[in-house]
Every structure is written in C-alpha cells, then in structure tokens.
Design a protein around this ligand. Structure first.
Ligand SMILES: [Zn+2]
Ligand SMILES: [Zn+2]
Length: 288
C-alpha cells in the first residue's frame, strides 16, 4: 500500500493538524511501504492567501519561509524513517499567479531538488474552485456558467500538465467538489475537455491519482469518477493512490475503497514511484 499525495503538516500548512513527524509515524502504522510527502507550494501574492492564513496574521514572506523550512526538513526525515518507510520528497503545485506559476514551480523543484511534483489545479483564472462556495460562484460567473467553467478547468489542467510535466496528476475532477450542486459534469463538451487533459497526461507520462479525499468530503466516490477512470484506462494512463492527508486520522483512509474503485472500472495494476540509486522510477505493480 502506498500514497503519493499527502503528508500535509501543521508546521508548514495552515489547514493541516498534525506534525510531519506524526504523519510519518501514522504512515508506518497504516502499513504503507511508500509515502510521498507533498506540501503545498506557497502562493506568492497576498490576494491568494487563505482566509485562515489571514486570520492568523500570516503573510506571503511567512508562507514562502515555511515552504523553505519544509524543503530543508525533509532529507533528515527520509533518513530517520528509511528502515520502516520509503518517504518521497515532493510538493503540490499551484497554478497561480497565471503569468508566473510555471517558472515559480520549476524554480522550487530545482532549488530544493524535489524528487517529484504533484500537479493540481485549485484555481481557474486565479479564482479558487475548491475553497468557499462564494468563490466557486464567482468562478462560474466569470466563465459564463457551470459547463464553461468545467471545460475551462480541464483546459487549465491540460496546460499545466504540458508545462510542468508532473509525475502525479492530483484529484483530476476536483471541480466536482462544488460543481456537482449546479448540474451535470459529464456533458459532451466537458468530456471533450477532460479527454484533452487526459491526453496531456498520457503524452507526458503522468500518473493519475485516485484521491480518497472525495470520500471524506461526502462525495461518495474518490477523484476521479468512474467515467474518467475508464477513459484514462482506455488511453493507457496509469493510476496511483493519494490519501491527501492533512492529519494523522486521514493517513491511509479510503485506500481500500480506492482500490475497489479501480478494480470495478477494469484497472488491475497501479503505478508507484520508487527510488533506486537516488533516481525516481515508475513501477507498475498488480492490484491484487
Ligand atoms: Zn491542503
Ligand atoms: Zn490539492
């Protein structure tokens, strides 16, 4: 069992609730053999700070500094846990600011020698789509409705994947978190846009994450939905697991259900990242 997205921790993230040390201990207890730690990249303009960060008096220099401390803390923890757990050093990217995120994220990757990145889209045209309902309504209005927003979301995802070539592509249909309340999310136009994004994943060799946060957020399914798993599988794209954990109770949560989700949709193997002689390799392993 493994997870390639999670391990968010309270030292480095305003909305996480356990320390990184506690998260790694929880990963050992959960029975993981590999645990990718992927803290959020900082958002480098004050307008992107979360309300909770603002309430705590955090500013942009503070979150940039926290991310730097995160990057510098990881190597020692990799060593400390090496006899029990393979800890991979990654981070979860942001697509803001639109004009500079590509260079920013590439810069973080190189500067701190991260082993891999998790490609996520949490914003469409710089408006948050997984934060408050108000922001989501604003994003819909800016795009001219739900269907245009969802198509625009997948278009943003495709561009991000082309530009950053993330090893892991996270919560592929995150737009459903709020979007499902407003209408159908698999219309022909949406399917075309999603297929375009999956094509970018295929071409860049990305692994699609089955993210279990969907279960704990009451969606009754993980990200991505069955139709997307089937579409990606037909295109030859590989899958991995991500618990997207932000506290110890979430470490390992839902992985068994995610495994069943894949099997139900005809997927019988998963792709894991492995470290060999300091290099990160993809390994395909059977699901059963
Ligand atoms: Zn988070
Ligand atoms: Zn995310």
């Amino acid at each position: 069992m493994f997870s390639l997205h999670g391990g968010h921790s309270s030292e480095f993230c305003d909305h996480a609730q356990s320390s990184l040390q506690e998260m790694l201990q929880a990963a050992v207890r959960a029975g993981y053999h590999t645990f990718g730690v992927t803290e959020h990249a900082p958002r480098v303009e004050a307008r992107f700070l979360y309300p909770n960060e603002v309430a705590r008096g955090w500013d942009v220099p503070r979150i940039i500094h926290d991310f730097e401390r995160y990057a510098q803390t990881l190597p020692a923890l990799v060593e400390e846990f090496a006899d029990r757990l393979i800890v991979l050093r990654g981070f979860e990217i942001e697509v803001v600011p639109v004009a500079s995120y590509v260079q920013l994220m590439q810069g973080y990757r190189q500067r701190y020698r991260f082993e891999y990145i998790v490609g996520s889209v949490h914003y469409v045209d710089e408006i948050s789509i997984d934060g408050s309902a108000e922001d989501f309504a604003r994003a819909m209005e800016a795009c001219g409705g739900l269907e245009s927003l969802v198509a625009r979301y997948y278009h943003t995802l495709a561009q991000m994947v082309d530009a950053l070539r993330p090893e892991v592509v996270a919560h592929f249909d995150l737009i459903k978190l709020h979007g499902r309340r407003f209408g159908a999310l698999n219309t022909p136009a949406v399917r075309r846009a999603a297929e375009e994004a999956l094509e970018a994943v295929r071409q860049t060799g990305g692994i699609l994450e089955v993210n279990t946060a969907g279960y704990r957020k009451g969606l009754g399914e993980p990200y991505p939905a069955s139709w997307l798993v089937q579409m990606a599988h037909q295109m030859g794209i590989g899958f991995c697991f991500g618990d997207d954990s932000h506290r110890v109770e979430q470490v390992g949560f839902g992985i068994e259900m995610a495994r069943e989700h894949l099997l139900r949709n005809g997927v019988t193997s998963v792709t894991v990242l492995a470290r060999e002689s300091g290099e990160i390799l993809r390994k395909v392993v059977p699901l059963e």
